[in-house]
Design a protein around this ligand. Structure first.
Ligand SMILES: [Zn+2]
Ligand SMILES: [Zn+2]
Length: 264
């Protein structure tokens, strides 16, 4: 067999495999899209522009501030080895304190004139996507991002904790703005999990502008009564849609052609 035949066969296998895989993946994602018709290219383009400018400005300022605090000896780390429980304790402290800081400043940024001055730009997206995470006014980025140097100035934590804090910051932003709901139906029904934020929770904040102010948890919204009254009912509706969505990809040896995609 010539090399050409090998390549052709490989190409055909890859073509079919990619087709099946993308069918499964897009069907999976499509059923879980929180606002199926929410994506707009124009908004996405503006978000990209804002993200580049904001990253450049706030990165420089926050980086400079942290370097200065370190040089002054205000920010330092514990180098002594620590048990996992100590790292978990420090991480838990960061998680709850950041959530508190974010909730109250976020509520404050929803009041005029601060809303128009600072926060309105982030709310240009009524149906968030991953890029919405970075599409914020540089001042807002400095206010929110400034929590890490502030936390590190007040508490001397282990460097292992910092290694957890930084990815958490990025991951949580992307998670709540993903535009897709991956959590199971029982998430908001269980007392153990309902406190942890879901993408639908923050998506609704963008869609309706008021309520659901929390960044990592729903704790403060539940305490202060700022959670959207229909949040849990809407979450269930979304899960009904996932359950009703036809399966894409290969069906178990039925021999019947695949059902047309009726996910929306
Ligand atoms: Zn907001
Ligand atoms: Zn947001």
């Amino acid at each position: 067999m010539t090399t050409g035949d090998h390549l052709l066969r490989l190409w055909l296998i890859l073509f079919v495999a990619t087709g099946i895989l993308s069918g499964i993946v897009t069907g999976y994602f499509k059923a879980r899209k929180i606002q199926p018709r929410g994506f707009k290219w124009k908004t996405f383009r503006n978000e990209a522009l804002v993200a580049v400018v904001t990253l450049a400005i706030s990165g420089k300022i926050l980086g400079g501030l942290t370097a200065w605090l370190k040089a002054q000896g205000w920010v330092a780390f514990q180098n002594a080895p620590a048990g996992w429980w100590m790292i978990a304790l420090e991480y838990g402290l960061y998680f709850l304190l950041f959530d508190t800081y974010f909730y109250w400043l976020h509520r404050w940024m929803h009041k005029e004139p601060f809303y128009s001055w600072i926060h309105k730009l982030h709310h240009k997206s009524t149906s968030p996507n991953l890029l919405t995470t970075l599409s914020v006014n540089p001042l807002e980025s400095i206010i929110n991002g400034g929590f890490v140097p502030l936390f590190l100035t007040i508490f001397t934590v282990h460097d292992a904790t910092l290694m957890l804090i930084l990815p958490t910051n990025i991951f949580m932003g992307l998670y709540v703005h993903s535009g897709y709901e991956f959590m199971p139906r029982w998430w908001n029904r269980s007392w153990a999990t309902k406190w942890f934020i879901t993408a639908t929770f923050h998506d609704q904040h963008h869609r309706y502008f008021n309520g659901n102010y929390g960044g990592y948890t729903t704790i403060w919204d539940r305490i202060c009564g700022t959670i959207r009254p229909k949040f849990e009912a809407d979450f269930e509706k979304l899960k009904d849609r996932v359950a009703a969505a036809p399966r894409t990809g290969p069906q178990p040896s039925s021999g019947i052609p695949m059902a047309p995609d009726l996910a929306e």
